[in-house]
Design a protein around this ligand. Structure first.
Ligand SMILES: Cc1ncc(COP(=O)(O)O)c(C=O)c1O
Length: 442
């Protein structure tokens, strides 16, 4: 067996350590030296460098006490199958080349479409990440509007979203030369149809509305039913960004929060966030895939013999060649069953509620909002920003807990994102209660 495969096969347990382990490029250069040489350094040396120098300078996103940003918790089945996907090396852009692998990916996409309550004809594709998924969906929305209206509006296209939408939305708007029209949120942070109505009535350049199904910062699910109604009344496309929160569609305890998503036009969820798949993986779905194919199909002399009878994944996003990156999720879902996924997502939701209750009951802490999904936002009254930073850095250095400061409603705050069913809420509570007493965060 090759050295690399042997390493992958023996790497079946999670490397857990939330410590901050990044090193400077100069330090790494000193330890690693030149690896790209005319004669090669050999597999044994390259693997040794990866195992002993390069990998230790990365941080595991999988540690149960890593609750910063959006961490990750892929199943061992999904991680193992990622290696299989590499070994199989299937071209997943076109049905003719990748039929069997694409068929399996499509079964997963169908599971997601059923959770969304979408019709039989809905379809999708796995792309690299939420940023890529959002960009592709919004390119489809813009092209769809152009086809319907026949020309670009005076002043160019625009999209509407709340300021709580993920940064990848404004990035996509920049790339697509669209203006972003910001819609005020209600007092609990939701984008609503009522506020949207005013904006849409005032600006007919808006061809797409982006709603969040779980904001990254606070896990807030916009009021999807009223948003869809207002947007469709004005002929605007509705894209729902569920990169983080979309996984909770599988959880009956919160499914009601997503009411209205049944009528959205496009949707993304990142299985590498909360559906227990390894990086990098985003499921992009369209209720009706035809506008996506119109926006993204590539045509060239050498591509014209492609059989376009079956749906080709390359037609549904901004790409042509693609790895069948949905397969690790397929294998894990097929292995464990959807009920296990529901249980695992519910466990994360339950952990966030337990920690939120404990924060409320702790004198030196203040819960800032009731978690709608699995992000808990709180503060330590009396702490200046430097105290938050000191505390966060100290715990990161010790490897106790990874929790970084954020801003919430204009104030510095802390957030904990629960996407790992292995996180023990009692361990988190213990850390918060014992390490946050000192007035200066030390
Ligand atoms: C709500 C939301 N949308 C989009 C993204 C971007 O996803 P990715 O990092 O996979 O590009 C993120 C990432 O955290 C997110 O939380």
């Amino acid at each position: 067996m090759s050295i690399a495969l042997h390493w992958a096969a023996s790497h079946t347990t999670v490397a857990t350590d939330p410590k901050t382990t990044a090193r400077s490029a100069a330090e790494l250069q000193a330890d690693v030296g030149e690896t790209i040489t005319a004669d090669g350094i050999g597999a044994a040396r390259a693997m040794e460098l990866f195992d002993q120098v390069l990998l230790p300078a990365t941080r595991s996103a999988e540690d149960p006490m890593n609750l910063a940003y959006i961490p990750a918790a892929p199943t061992r089945a999904a991680v193992a199958f990622d290696t299989v996907v590499s070994a199989a090396n299937v071209f997943g852009g076109i049905w003719e080349n990748g039929a069997g692998a694409i068929f399996a990916e499509n079964q997963v996409l169908r599971w997601l479409a059923d959770l969304l309550g979408w019709p039989e004809e809905s379809a999708g594709v796995f792309v690299a990440g939420g940023t890529h998924g959002n960009l592709s969906a919004l390119a489809t929305a813009r092209e769809h509007a152009l086809q319907r209206r026949g020309r670009r509006p005076e002043g160019g296209w625009a999209l509407a979203c709340a300021s709580t939408a993920h940064s990848s939305i404004s990035s996509a708007a920049r790339l697509l030369d669209m203006d972003v029209v910001s819609v005020p949120v209600d007092d609990r942070g939701h984008l609503t149809g009522e506020a949207l109505e005013e904006v849409l009535a005032a600006d007919d350049r808006i061809c797409a509305v982006v709603a969040s199904a779980g904001t990254t910062n606070a896990g807030i699910v916009d009021d999807l039913a009223s948003v869809v109604e207002a947007a469709h009344r004005h002929g605007a496309w509705v894209h729902v960004d569920g990169a983080y929160g979309g996984a909770a569609l599988a959880a009956p305890s919160v499914r009601e929060r997503f009411t209205g998503i049944e009528q959205a036009d496009s949707f993304i969820v990142d299985p590498h966030k909360w559906l227990f798949a390894p990086y990098d993986c985003c499921a992009l779905l369209y209720r009706d895939p035809r506008p996506a194919a119109a926006a993204h199909s590539q045509h060239a002399a050498y591509l014209d013999s492609i059989d376009r009878g079956e749906s080709n994944p390359s037609d549904l996003a901004a790409h042509l060649s693609r790895r069948t990156r949905g397969l690790p999720l397929w294998y894990s879902l097929a292995t464990h069953g959807t009920a296990s996924y529901t249980a695992a997502v519910e466990r994360c939701l339950a952990s966030s509620r337990t920690v939120a209750r404990a924060i409320e009951e702790t004198e030196h802490l203040e819960l800032l909002a009731e978690p709608e999904l699995s992000v808990v936002v709180f503060r330590r009254p009396g702490w200046a920003p430097a105290a938050y930073r000191r505390w966060s850095q100290r715990l990161a250095k010790e490897g106790t807990l990874l929790c970084v400061p954020t801003a919430f409603r204009g104030e510095i705050a802390l957030r904990l994102a629960f996407v790992n069913p292995g996180t023990d809420p009692e361990a988190v509570i213990k850390v918060l209660r014992t390490t946050m007493r000192a007035a200066d965060g030390s």
